[in-house]
Design a binder for this molecule. Structure first.
Ligand code: PHE
Length: 467
């Protein structure tokens, strides 16, 4: 069994693939908005503490679990002698499934905008909000709605590319694509950073990102930074366990974790230093927002006012496109790897079938944005039962509950059941010495689970989404 399992072809291949998973839409459009709200420098500082103290121990544990078990996300726990934790794997698997449904559609929107900036930036500028609504099937001028076929076709294309790469396999597809996609992403990022930083009027934005406003260092900001870190590092969702299982025993998990987390954080921070100053320079601080509306609508104003805006706009969406592709690929791999192993199915038909199902569910996500009044159902202790739009309910389910639950399961497993000794033994395979055993044990046993429990409690009791 062990010998049949796919493996990464090279160390760099793994690092780029794992970083490709981590570096996603979260880094580029979620991080800057949150950093702004959290006071710029204050948020940055907290984030930079959270990643090594909580993110890294969690990622290291997930990679070690995968590599030790040499199995998929659900069966790994049983292989290591704790069948009772299979639920953690199921939750992780389901998170990956649900996130792929919508992530791949947002990938389609990004593809749409990449083409828009290349071909018709004038139309985007003329009415940024109208253009965005129109993409999603709502004609604001006429007040009418329609099925947004064009964007559904872009989403089909996006999903098809991801599935094609998955079908090519771990080394021939995922690794190879990331070896091109990730360096490209870094180059584009640096070009955009230079463009943003040299805009007249960018200085106040840069200053904002560097100054620490103590009044912004609140528990709320801390929790937002914390859940952003989980999402951004792709923790709590089947991925790092699956990717770890393809890692050769000679690889140093601790060092790889460090590199992947550093790259992910670097991209997020650079994105912050690019987006915030650019918005300050063009729209002013009021222009900063969060989420899809910000990434698609407000940024149009930024590109419109920037010299060479259409070109840089195109580059920006190309950057998002690479980020979204490499992340979606990792999600689908986690889902497919499980089905192939558990059910004995073949890679190609399995990928096509799940790709199709997730795409179809994703259509409800895109259509429920504006075109169709599809509702989901939600419950929290503050607001009771509510009926948010289907698209929001999907994100609530993963961000507020499932990701923290799966991450908690992994921490409890690594910290208390399988024990940190075994995690460290796995890390030290192949003659590697891991010098931080005590610190790791403390963090994974107490600090990380406590932090996750607080996230869960706040989400459930106050009904707020922290991620
Ligand atoms: N980590 C990715 C990001 O920052 C998001 C992601 C979530 C990727 C789930 C894979 C799986 O956007």
């Amino acid at each position: 069994m062990e010998n049949n399992r796919a493996q990464w072809g090279s160390k760099l291949g793994f690092i780029l693939a794992a970083a490709g998973s981590a570096v996603g839409l979260g880094n580029i459009w979620k991080f800057p908005g949150k950093a702004f709200e959290g006071g710029g420098g204050a948020f940055l500082l907290m984030y930079l503490l959270i990643v090594p103290l909580i993110g890294m121990p969690c990622m290291m544990s997930e990679l070690a679990i995968g590599r030790a078990a040499q199995s998929n996300v659900v069966d790994s726990f049983g292989r290591l002698g704790h069948k009772g934790y299979a639920w953690t794997g199921w939750v992780g698997w389901a998170v990956a499934f649900i996130i792929t449904c919508y992530y791949s559609h947002v990938g389609g929107w990004v593809l749409r905008y990449t083409v828009s900036y290349a071909m018709e930036s004038g139309k985007v500028y003329a009415d940024p909000l109208g253009y965005f609504y129109n993409m999603l099937g709502y004609d604001a001028a006429a007040g009418s709605t329609f099925i947004p076929w064009p964007v559904l076709i872009f989403a089909t294309l996006f999903m098809a590319v991801c599935c094609f790469i998955i079908i090519k396999g771990v080394e021939g597809g995922i690794e190879r694509f990331n070896k091109i996609g990730m360096p490209a992403l870094f180059v584009i990022l640096v070009v955009l950073l230079i463009r943003a930083a040299t805009l007249p009027g960018a200085a106040p934005g840069l200053k904002y990102m560097l100054s620490i406003d103590a009044s912004k260092v609140t528990p709320q900001t801390f929790l937002i930074a914390l859940s952003q870190a989980f999402y951004s590092l792709s923790l709590g969702m089947a991925i790092m366990i699956t990717y770890g299982s393809y890692l050769p025993k000679t690889e140093n998990i601790a060092r790889n974790t460090f590199m992947v987390c550093t790259m992910d954080t670097l991209v997020a921070v650079i994105a912050g230093f690019m987006v915030i100053p650019a918005v300050f320079a063009t729209l002013g601080p009021e222009g900063v927002g969060k989420g899809g509306g910000f990434a698609f609508v407000s940024l149009a104003g930024v590109f419109q006012q920037m010299p060479g805006g259409a070109f840089f706009g195109f580059l920006f969406y190309l950057l998002l496109l690479f980020a979204a592709l490499t992340s979606t690929i990792s999600l689908i791999e986690g889902i497919v790897a499980f089905l192939i192993e558990r059910k004995g199915w073949k890679r190609t038909p399995t990928t096509i079938a799940v790709g199709l199902i997730m795409f179809l569910i994703g259509c409800l996500y895109t259509c429920s944005q504006a075109a169709l009044p599809i509702k989901g159902i939600w419950f929290d202790f503050k607001n009771g039962i509510t009926y948010p739009a289907f698209c929001d309910a999907m994100e609530f389910l993963t961000d507020r509950i499932m990701i923290p639950v799966c991450a908690l399961g992994c921490c409890l497993f690594a910290g208390w059941s399988w024990t940190p000794e075994n995690v460290c033994k796995e890390i030290e395979q192949g003659g590697i010495r891991f010098g931080l055993v005590k610190l790791y044990s403390f963090l994974i046993k107490f600090v990380a689970p406590a932090a996750i429990i607080v996230i869960l409690a706040v989400s459930l009791f106050t009904g707020t989404t922290l991620s």
